[in-house]
Design a protein around this ligand. Sequence first.
Ligand code: AMP
Length: 303
Amino acid sequence: MSVPIVRTVAELRTVVAGWRRSGASIAVVPTMGALHEGHLSLVRAALERAERVVVTLFVNPKQFNNAADLAAYPRTENEDAAKLVPLGAHLLYVPDAEEMYSADFATTVSVSAISEGLCGAFRPGHFDGVATVVAKLLLQTSADFAFFGEKDFQQLQLVRRMVQDLDIPITIVPYPTVREADGLALSSRNLRLSPAERTIAPKLASVLLDTAERLARGSPVLPTLDEARAAILAAGYREVEYLELRGETDLQSMASLDRPARLLVAAWLGDTRLIDNVATSPIGNWPDSQRSVEVEGAKQLRR
Ligand code: AMP
């Protein structure tokens, strides 16, 4: 058994048109490959929601601001295809860069506000590359649903904004971050960690969770974030690019926790850049019994 693979927009459209004629609903799961359990969970969720599921596999050069990072990105098409077989995914779409971007390609999709700050501040052009490729993938597949992980929270909110602004007829479905047993968020980049780094890595998630709980219980935002940055460095991370509290949907900066929020981080462990985020919201004077329920990060890590 294998998953059918198409490599051109024309082939993709032919398959999708056949599905449409038979009245099937369609979901797409965009990925850059090196599939892990996080990706596979998205595919399973997509298979529950729609009758046909396309997984896309494209290492998008436009979203890499660093040539070495692009070159080092794992490419494991055969293994990825094999992992999709037992799930029952219906199609793997694997365009190459020339198929996606013709020599005279001239269009950039840019989503303001939400793409500024956080990863946008440290990876110039990254979110323009993401928005442009995601717009193309959504239009090429003309799917009814597209699944995105909360692991890349800024990307998820940017895609939602773009789809709304451009009237792209698709429902964006978020999926919670899938983690290792020790809390480390699954990521293709985890493959790059040395054994010693791998033991340090989960500290990022545990500091995030502790910090989300402290904020929810009323700790003042700025000093609490300073302590969290210090704890990440003390654990052995080389640099904290950002650790910020932002509004859940608009990703605006928050000086105090007065509405549902996300705590988002990017940090370097040796030569590997890891990102993570957890939800938090104010508890106020709620009884103790409700407190743990309110800290969404805790729920995520327990899952
Ligand atoms: P990527 O291949 O890294 O571009 O990721 C493809 C999709 O999988 C994106 O929507 C990611 O947010 C999602 N994803 C990656 N890692 C995880 C994870 N640990 N849990 C849930 N979704 C994830």
